[in-house]
Design a protein around this ligand. Structure first.
Ligand SMILES: *Cc1c(COP(=O)(O)O)cnc(C)c1O
Length: 356
């Protein structure tokens, strides 16, 4: 079995509408101009002005004392687990979460922790579910030391944890003596969709991070935030894992540009996702999940097509979507897709299903 990324198949037509992922956005000309003008220093040495400005802004945005710039969101998650847990600890997280299924088994490989997958609709769980998963404190039970949530939930459907539910779960976790972590890959999508500030969503999080390579449209980077003591320890792991950088201000400039220009416009992505879901709801054979943000999931079972077959057919028509499971397709809106693209996507998918 070969697990390397598959190179693009040159026999396929060009992608005209890319709903595969918001990670595939290209930096705009204006963003690249900002990168060109970046003043840079040595990030590892703490004197890159752009990185420092970005970290200050992110700490303020999330209401935390400090922040650290990292190359990827995965590294933000894993460094957080490394700081919060010890080998043999158990982490409570939704069974569909990114740390469970999409990080190469890193909680076990790096922190040496195990993850107990909790169930619940839309990638979320309530404090009753969490409490039911608690173990008696015995010498032969793993210490349960961390609760991790995703805002928005990715495989859970791009859902937004309502503030009251989030506060209840994370507040309970704290009262039970556990630490709390938020995978905020799409935290600003949640903030824009719910009209709740990132700081409010982060209030009961000991660590929280934001990805700049999703809907915010930057080419590289994520920022992890927390207390000064937490960030101090995070820096040690950043160094150990090879995540310390040099003239990273070039990348930070893109992230600062994204904070200034690409946050409010996430509402357009959400409107496009709603339009896409409404259009697909009219296609017989598809069961569409109601989107809350920029991720649209639909089930193909009743159409007689598997997700992979549908994805291959629409790809022949220049539309790229991703699949998660045998019958589940994900279509993701972002700043490189407009209303016309959404309209075209509905037509292409409807045509592929009719041809079934
Ligand atoms: C994309 C994503 C990550 C990982 O981020 P990278 O920057 O791609 O490493 C983690 N969690 C969630 C929920 C994501 O969507």
């Amino acid at each position: 079995m070969v697990y390397a990324p598959v190179r693009p198949d040159r026999s396929l037509p060009p992608v005209l509408v890319n709903l595969f992922s918001d990670t595939q956005t290209r930096p705009s000309t204006a963003m690249k101009d900002a990168m060109m003008r970046a003043e840079v220093g040595d990030e590892q040495n703490g004197d890159d002005p752009g990185v420092n400005a970005l970290c200050d802004r992110m700490a303020a945005l999330t209401g935390k004392e400090a922040a650290v710039f990292l190359p990827t969101g995965t590294m933000c998650n894993q460094i957080s687990l490394l700081v919060h847990t010890r080998r043999g600890d158990e982490i409570l997280a939704h069974e569909s979460s990114h740390i469970v299924g999409n990080e190469g088994g890193a909680p076990g490989a790096l922190a040496g922790a195990v993850v107990l997958g909790l169930r619940g609709a839309r990638g979320m769980f309530d404090s009753a579910t969490m409490t039911a998963a608690l173990r008696e404190k015995r010498r032969n039970a793993p210490p349960q030391t961390l609760v991790a949530v995703e805002q928005t939930t990715n495989a859970g459907g791009g859902a937004v944890w309502p503030l009251a539910l989030l506060n209840d779960v994370l507040g309970s976790a704290h009262r039970l003596g556990m630490k709390t972590h938020m995978d905020g890959a799409r935290l600003m999508n949640a903030a824009v969709a719910a009209g709740v500030t990132a700081a409010a969503f982060s209030q009961h999080c000991d660590s929280v991070w934001l990805d700049f390579t999703k809907g915010l449209g930057a080419p590289v980077g994520a920022v992890l935030c927390g207390s000064a003591a937490f960030i101090d320890q995070a820096w040690r792991w950043k160094q150990r894992l090879g995540g310390s950088m040099r003239q990273a201000g070039i990348c930070a400039a893109a992230c600062l540009y994204a904070l200034d220009h690409n946050v409010d416009r996430l509402a357009e992505d959400h409107a496009n996702a709603s339009a896409l879901a409404a259009g697909l709801a009219g296609v017989p054979g598809l069961a569409v999940e109601e989107p809350e943000t920029n991720l649209v999931f639909f089930d193909t079972r009743a159409s007689g097509l598997t997700a992979d077959t549908l994805a291959a057919r629409v790809r022949q028509q220049g539309l790229s979507v991703s699949t998660v499971g045998i019958y589940r397709v994900r279509a993701c809106t972002h700043l490189d897709v407009d209303a016309d693209g959404v309209e075209a996507a509905v037509q292409i998918i409807a045509g592929a299903v009719r041809g079934a």
